[in-house]
Ligand binder design. Structure first.
Ligand code: CU1
Length: 157
């Protein structure tokens, strides 16, 4: 009988060692971004992992519909969201402009909405409405984050 008990204890300790580490990572959100192009909603909740990926990297709203993004910083670094009227080349310009600005908030004519830096475990939000259908880009302007892949698109339908 004691052999069976010992075997159960050994198996239990082995399975505990093999538990997934995801729950311990503390960086929240899925490992890769997902899209929400046909979600038929105007309010989105975004998070970020320490791998510099927004939890959603493609969202869509209808023209004339107010977009609202609630951002929760689930990583260990500061982040923000800046919405750019332009393509990735313009977003690159905007990101470059941000490096010398207070709170890394760019002063650029293509910027249509900004969210101040959000510290780890804090929240922020941004709202914006466009009547012009097209594709816009949202980026994080904290130094190095855009280059690391922290951006996504907003399609106004
Ligand atoms: Cu960031």
């Amino acid at each position: 009988m004691w052999r069976i008990v010992l075997l159960i204890l050994i198996l239990a300790s082995l399975s505990a060692c093999q538990a997934p580490s995801l729950a311990q990572s503390g960086d929240g959100g899925p490992p890769t971004a997902t899209t929400c192009l046909d979600c038929d909603q105007s309010a989105f909740a975004l998070t970020v992992r320490d791998n510099m990926v927004f939890s959603l990297d493609a969202i869509a709203v209808n023209a004339g519909q107010a977009l609202a993004i609630d951002f929760t910083n689930t990583s260990r670094l500061p982040h923000n969201i800046v919405i750019v009227d332009g393509d990735m080349a313009v977003a690159t310009e905007v990101n470059r402009n941000a490096i010398n600005q207070a709170d890394y908030l760019p002063q650029h004519p293509a910027v249509v909405a900004t969210m101040p830096m959000v510290m780890p475990n804090q929240t922020g939000n941004i709202t914006w409405e466009s009547t012009q259908p097209g594709t816009y880009v949202f980026i994080c302007t904290y130094p190095g984050h855009f280059d690391a892949g922290m951006y996504g698109t907003i399609t106004v339908k």
